[in-house]
Design a protein around this ligand. Sequence first.
Ligand SMILES: *Cc1c(COP(=O)(O)O)cnc(C)c1O
Length: 475
Amino acid sequence: MTEPRPSTQGEATGTRDPRREIPAVERLLGSEPFAPLLRRAPRRLLLRAVHAVQEDLRKALALPGRPAVPLGDFEWYAARVEEELEALQRGSLRPVINATGVVLHTNLGRAPLAPAARAAVERVAGGYTNLEYDLDAGERGSRYVHCVGLLSELTGAEDALVVNNNAAAVVLALNTLAEGKEAVISRGELIEIGGSFRIPDIMAKSGARMVEVGTTNKTHRVDYELAVGPATGAIMKVHRSNFRMTGFTSDVPLAELVRLGRERGVPVLNDLGSGLLLDLTEIGLPGEPTAQAALEAGADVVTMSGDKLLGGPQAGIVLGRADLLARMRKNPLCRALRVDKLTLAALEATLALYRDPDAARREVPVLRSLALTPAEIGRRAAPLAERLRAAGMDAELAPGMSAAGGGAFPDAELPTTLLLVRPRARSANEAEARLRAAEPPIIARIVEDRIALDLRTVFPEEEEALLAAVRHAAE
Ligand SMILES: *Cc1c(COP(=O)(O)O)cnc(C)c1O
């Protein structure tokens, strides 16, 4: 909010409480400067804005060393109310520019969608769809048929099921396979992914009794052998997606667990976390398992996210044995975790890109961002640094590191080129706050008292807005 303009009016009123001079709502609304606002906004919203401005003013006037404010200036009130209205009318969920270099930033909504996915959402959003309608039979169909063909084609899975997110997929799978039974898991895989997703808690809520085997650093096949019995509903393997264990460690490969599961007639559930469909070794990101590899190793059920490395919308994807997935579809929980048409549209279009791996690498924003080299990023950052310097600012390029984020490739080296800007008359913290207050807000890092901008996650069409905001923030 802007500072009240100074005025002499306060002084003229002597000892009277200036708060009583704030004009009444009706006088404000009836005044000339408020006429455009009355035309622009619903009356109730306008009233909220006026009340907020009056309230702020009352508080400011109650403080010692009260500010001189133009209590009779209706133009001033109209300008303040207009700002307040803009804040009220601005949506809560807003686009931001991600200059952090964290590609899958959960706080920033994870994966940006490919153009094809955005177009698909647009196509189905405004009208009716065959979401649950069988066009051939002319009767009720199932929302769970969409994406199944594509997912099977791309991963080799016998069957597929899409739900709200991967946490939902894990809950549904565990509840279906192991409710009231035991689920056997290595102590090395009792992980936490972000604030509220912890494997032991999720297992408890899904109704499975967790049976921990092995130790934090080592689990052997014999540990599982001793634990798996008639009460076992599932053997669970969770990908340690957001950290690595090194040193004196060992765990049992998925294929080995599958052999044990087959011997004992117990299904093996593999939570992959990220849903990688392409091996990213060639762009320098080895070690993240693909869905295809997990299925080839024989996992009965594989779960993964739609909006991590897959680069699609928030969704949980369950792949695996048709008989087990049929039970999941019949589970009443599935209804509570179901996916909507916008998600299915975006997911289907994203998956379709993977039919041509080059198209996926070219068009899925997450894959494209991950593949950018420091030289490519530097070529985009250099002219921006040049323009900032031409405006008299302290800006330079320096090598730095980006991150995959979203609990993927925790130890990946993702070298980048940072654009470092030293604010002129304020601290880096203040400048960073001003960047966040920009429209659109810019999310940036601070490195050694400078604003650090990583263009890995900034789209070329966002560069002008970024530059304008940086100039304003660092001036
Ligand atoms: C991210 C992740 C989850 C949760 O997935 P959401 O799609 O965020 O619900 C579960 N398990 C693993 C291993 C993960 O990495």
